[in-house]
Design a protein around this ligand. Structure first.
Ligand SMILES: [Ca+2]
Ligand SMILES: [Ca+2]
Ligand SMILES: [Ca+2]
Ligand SMILES: [Ca+2]
Ligand SMILES: [Zn+2]
Length: 429
């Protein structure tokens, strides 16, 4: 019933349209808002108008307003409900016409299929209530003090991911993702709960509660966790507080969506192992536990795509990272304690990073900067691309070594000796 009496494609017959106007006027009359129709007063009814407008959101990185893409603008006048989707310029036109003022609202379900959630406990996607005003339309800018800013920002980040993923030649995630854009800082995660819940032994609320605590640092009472696993079943949980800013939130969203693309390719059994690893070892651990190699290759991919898309989106350098910082990765052996340490400058920008997770390995496969990885071993690999990397992340690729072997076998052993050296430099030989 959400969309009222019209059909989705907007092909409302003339007869039905007339009925709407009568209904609108009759409803007003019944509620005492309109005088009785006497002596042909209906001829002086105000003309109907189709609401149109534009939605934009503040990009804090460039301090500009950018279009909000693909969200649903809803209009309501008593029982008459309309909606329209914003296009690439943020413009919308709703599918109903009105003779009187209407209520406007924005639902953050996207025309491309995904939905953005306000909390882990809501029944419906995030909603932003606009004003009741003129039926010719409503335009709005989601500034950083707006309740809707983080939903608009995460929405746009997902839309940009899909554009970059196509350009990179990597697979898109499931189109109907549920993405929680929480008003908090701290860690984000990709539980893909709507896919994996109830499969391969991942079926208890306490297990998911443990995941939330370990992966996101979120502690929820048992009855709330039951609600999350029953209703929202989030695929991605993004920390999207305004203070993180546009570039940081986009980078996080790119990272988690890279996991979602990976999950779509490798399936639920793989993902439950990944989730169980995080539950057992607490985030990423020290790299010596069961399934640590599976975590290593998955996190290398998430970090690689998160930062690669960041640099493509915001240029080099930006507030999150510089290309030099991305390139300067120092591998460590498993079991020494560090998963991924990121050093930042006074502005909070990453200047170098390190850990047992081979975060910089995929970039070295693609770039032509022969930097020293460690101990005099140089990166001499130059001839791979993002698509080659994604293609090698198959469901039976559960470690950096099996990734290396699949990459070589799918690419006729391209630069084989250099590739073997590179993986050895990252302690995954
Ligand atoms: Ca490097
Ligand atoms: Ca290279
Ligand atoms: Ca390099
Ligand atoms: Ca493959
Ligand atoms: Zn990750």
């Amino acid at each position: 019933m959400e969309d009222g009496l019209g059909d989705e494609s907007g092909r409302v017959s003339q007869a039905l349209t007339g009925f709407y106007y009568q209904l609108e006027d009759e409803s007003l009359r019944l509620t005492g808002l309109l005088p009785n129709d006497k002596d042909g007063e209906s001829q002086r009814m105000p003309p109907s108008r189709t609401p149109t407008g534009r939605l934009q959101v503040r990009n804090t990185e460039a301090n500009t307003l950018i279009p909000v893409v693909g969200v649903k603008v809803k209009t309501r006048r008593l029982v008459k409900l309309g909606h329209g989707w914003t296009n690439g310029a943020g413009n919308y036109t709703v599918n109903k016409s009105y003779r009187y003022d209407v209520h406007y609202s924005v639902s953050f379900e996207n025309q491309s299929g995904f939905k953005v959630w306000n909390t882990l406990l809501d029944v419906n996607p995030a909603n932003f209530n606009g004003p009741k005003q003129n039926r010719t339309g409503w335009s709005y800018n989601f500034e950083t003090n707006s309740f809707g800013w983080r939903f608009a920002t995460v929405t746009n980040a997902v839309r940009r991911y899909l554009v970059h993923a196509s350009a990179f030649g990597i697979g898109h995630p499931h189109s109907n993702l549920r993405i929680a854009a929480l008003n908090r800082t701290g860690a984000s995660s990709a539980p893909m709960l709507r896919r994996v819940w109830g499969t391969f032994g991942f079926s208890t609320n306490s297990a998911f509660g443990n995941f939330l605590l370990r992966a996101n640092g979120i502690s929820l009472a048992v009855n709330y966790i039951a609600t999350v696993t029953k209703l929202v079943q989030p695929d991605l949980i993004i920390s999207a507080a305004v203070g993180r800013g546009t570039a940081q939130i986009y980078t996080t969203t790119f990272h988690e969506l890279a996991h979602a693309s990976h999950q779509t390719k490798v399936g639920n059994n793989y993902w439950v192992k990944y989730i169980n690893y995080i539950i057992t070892y607490g985030s990423y651990g020290e790299g010596d536990g069961n399934n640590a190699p599976l975590c290593a290759i998955g996190e290398a991919w998430g970090n690689h795509i998160g930062f690669s898309m960041n640099l493509r989106e915001f240029g080099n350098p930006n507030s999150v990272i510089s290309l030099n910082g991305f390139e300067d990765f120092n591998p460590e052996e498993s079991g020494v304690g560090d998963d991924l340490i990121r050093r930042v400058d006074l502005n909070g920008r990453i200047t170098s990073w390190e850990g047992w997770i081979p975060g910089g390995l995929m970039h070295d496969l693609l770039d032509n900067n022969a930097d020293i990885i460690r101990g005099g071993i140089r990166d001499n690999v130059t001839l791979y691309n993002h698509q080659d990397v994604f293609n090698a992340l198959d469901s039976d690729v559960i470690s950096p070594q099996s990734f290396r072997d699949r990459l070589l076998s799918e690419n006729n052993n391209r630069q084989r000796a250099f590739v073997l050296d590179l993986f050895e430099a990252y302690f995954w030989d």
